[in-house]
Write a protein of this length. Sequence first.
Length: 67
Amino acid sequence: MTAKEKANELFDRFYGIEPVQPIYIGMDKGQAKQCTLICVDEILENNYGAKFQMIFWQEVKQEINKL
């Protein structure tokens, strides 16, 4: 999976969240993007893996910012 594909997958998962109650409209694109960036930042801050993993997640973050 490419960084762009992963960015889109994560964004789509947040954007597709249904509202808790019918009176709420759910998440807009800006909120979904913000939540996706928070998740990727958490991964970057707590990733003790190989350098290529860090590079991949940094590329994912760049792709999210392009959305």
